[in-house]
Design a protein. Structure first.
Length: 290
């Protein structure tokens, strides 16, 4: 996992678990392509015994959480009769006794597991379990946003025809990408996504004289043009350009309709436009929208 990507999200989830749930130890990771979980992040541990531990579905507490896609906990890991014990050595090396495991499920697929643990054989109450479930849900949302951003960006690496319908797909995807950006907690990923949006808008061809559109030029330029508009003004224009009403634009971007109108008025003033359509056309001519 990239240090600036999913690893950061997992680490943040583990810290939330410890702070909110009163758990002295937390660890976890995401599943690899081979459906095997690799413990990659540790928080509060005293050894490295758990790091890189490979967990297979059905084996141990985490494997059971993966296989059945729901949380599980044991009061005394070593004495438990409801799990298999392939990983006892690593758990014992860290001195863990009471352990919980919560699966991270994105679009009905288990993507990882978050663990919390105590060094005493005590029953885990509602507080640590609730904290672990909440942390897993936040991680699920973050991973879902990352997945969608990567999916949409990948569409721009594919050869494009000059079919006007494909061109409208580019514009729609550009608006979706900009709407996703505010949902990304990682500032570096968020800025990278916005930069990519700017490059897409700047590199996109203009409509041809015969009504068709020219293909997206390759390679993309290293930077987008300097924008006279604020990022949120571009977000609003990108959504409006897809045919959305003010109310629909507000729902997509998490804004009140009055706020959408305010951004539109500001963008129109900066672009010297008198209507929404004129503002969209001016933004496209300036390379701010595809």
């Amino acid at each position: 996992m990239s240090e600036t990507g999913e690893a950061v999200d997992v680490r943040a989830a583990l810290l939330r678990m410890r702070r909110s749930g009163g758990l002295p130890v937390a660890f976890g990771g995401l599943l690899t392509g081979g459906r095997q979980l690799r413990i990659s992040e540790l928080s509060g541990t005293e050894t490295s015994a758990l790091r890189t531990l490979a967990i297979t579905p059905g084996n141990g507490l985490g494997g059971k959480a993966i296989a059945l896609s729901r949380p599980f906990s044991v009061t005394d890991y070593h004495a438990s009769r409801v799990i298999s014990h392939e990983y006892d050595q690593a758990v014992a090396a860290e001195g863990l006794r009471s352990v919980l495991a919560v699966p991270v499920v994105v679009r009905s697929r288990v993507r990882g597991v978050l663990y919390g643990a105590l060094r005493q054989p005590m029953a885990l109450g509602d507080r640590p379990l609730t904290a672990a479930v909440d942390a897993a849900r936040e991680l699920e949302q973050s991973l879902a946003v990352r997945d969608e951003a990567h999916r949409l960006l990948a569409r721009f690496h594919q050869p494009r025809s000059v079919d006007p319908r494909a061109w409208e797909e580019v514009r729609e995807a550009h608006g979706e990408l900009r709407a996703l950006a505010p949902l990304i907690a990682d500032p570096r990923l968020r800025q990278a996504l916005l930069t990519a949006c700017g490059r897409i808008a700047a590199a996109s061809g203009a409509p041809g004289r015969d009504g068709e559109v020219s293909a997206v030029r390759e390679p993309l330029p290293p930077t987008a043009p300097v924008s006279p508009l604020a990022p949120r003004e571009i977000d609003v224009l990108a959504t409006v350009a897809s045919g959305a009403t003010n109310a629909e634009t507000g729902r997509r971007l998490g804004l009140r309709p009055e706020t959408v109108k305010s951004y539109l008025r500001s963008a129109m003033r900066k672009l010297g436009a008198h209507t929404r359509l004129e503002a969209v056309v001016s933004a496209r001519r300036a390379g701010l929208l595809p």
